[in-house]
Design a protein around this ligand. Structure first.
Ligand code: ZN
Length: 60
């Protein structure tokens, strides 16, 4: 992974699906099927396993 992403770019990896759109595609509403959520603050960029789908990215 490149280490020069801005926090904004990092969080953009969460995707742009709305919760309704994600669910309609069979994907977890919380992580858009990624299985992880991208969070960044002060250039500390982390991935956190999605608590809603427990990382499998599927709709519940
Ligand atoms: Zn999820």
């Amino acid at each position: 992974m490149p280490q020069h992403m801005t926090d904004q770019e990092w969080e953009a990896q969460n995707g742009s699906l709305s919760p309704d759109e994600a669910t309609a595609r069979g994907l977890c509403w919380h992580c858009s099927g990624n299985g992880v959520n991208y969070t960044a603050f002060g250039r500390v960029q982390r991935t956190v396993r999605c608590p809603e789908c427990r990382g499998d990215g599927k709709a519940r």
